[in-house]
Design a protein around this ligand. Sequence first.
Ligand SMILES: NC(=O)c1ccc[n+]([C@@H]2O[C@H](COP(=O)([O-])OP(=O)(O)OC[C@H]3O[C@@H](n4cnc5c(N)ncnc54)[C@H](O)[C@@H]3O)[C@@H](O)[C@H]2O)c1
Length: 298
Amino acid sequence: MIKNISIIGSGTMGNGIAHVFAQFNHHVNLIDVNQEALDNAVLTITKNLDRQVSKGALTGDQKHNALQNIKTFTSIKDGVKNADLVVEAATENIELKLKIFKDLDEFSPENCILASNTSSISITQIAAVTNRGDKVIGMHFMNPVPVMKLVEVIRGYQTSDETTETIMSLSESLEKIPVEVNDYPGFVANRILMPMINEAIYTLYEGVAGVHEIDTVMKLGMAHPMGPLQLADFIGLDVCLAILKVLNDGFGNPKYAPCPLLVNMVAAGKKGAKSGEGFYKYTAGSKELIVADKFKKS
Ligand SMILES: NC(=O)c1ccc[n+]([C@@H]2O[C@H](COP(=O)([O-])OP(=O)(O)OC[C@H]3O[C@@H](n4cnc5c(N)ncnc54)[C@H](O)[C@@H]3O)[C@@H](O)[C@H]2O)c1
């Protein structure tokens, strides 16, 4: 039975994953190298649980229990020693993830399943640095984790049926909808999403239409909840660029080559909402979308 969950990384995704497991009565060890990130994660989880209570989705007692279920750690060794499952949600960097999985293999119990929330890095490659390839799997939650229903469950080359079945039914027990996919670059979600975002950026770059016009066509014409340029800003333009590079390298097909405008924006530090500017400008507290000066029509 999967009861004890350790989560590596307490950033955007790690805190959401911790929230959901704790809400469904798992014991959660949340681990980050950065104490400030851990403190912020607990604050964010508390705020998000409060929102659920105010909407009537949770009782005050359930909120209290969820918070009681979470412990924080700054050391992987201490945080994973009793884990039945580890979900790694650290920064998207291959060398970092390979190092973390070597440590997880060394310090977690022999039967513990090791999952990664990576958006694009090969599960097969991650599994290869461990001695338990059959127990390594992708568990790709979507942002914001407490709200989004999908879990993309990624089978690496060596992942066993037993590990896959355990993760599929665990995801269902969290009231998520898991979908099983195989381990090829971008899996399914980003293989389809990122070329659409890249094409939207090319459409802007080639002067076919402006930011507002492109997003409006896709929102109203395709019933997407937000346009692809706004979505790119929310995901982070640096993250979009990194995923496109994985697709481009992995398939060796120029159709995945990142648009030069995206490359330039990331080099200029315009990373989207988190940096205050991408295709739009983001001012604290404002819900209005303001197209960045560079893309304004004169
Ligand atoms: N942000 C998204 O929308 C999204 C969606 C799906 C998947 N992902 C994936 O989830 C993972 C995390 O993304 P994020 O957006 O939460 O990143 P983030 O930058 O918000 O958080 C990453 C956290 O990892 C911590 N960290 C770095 N090295 C560590 C180590 N050695 N041990 C423990 N903690 C460490 C950092 O201190 C930071 O708090 C990435 O693999 C990303 O591709 C992100």
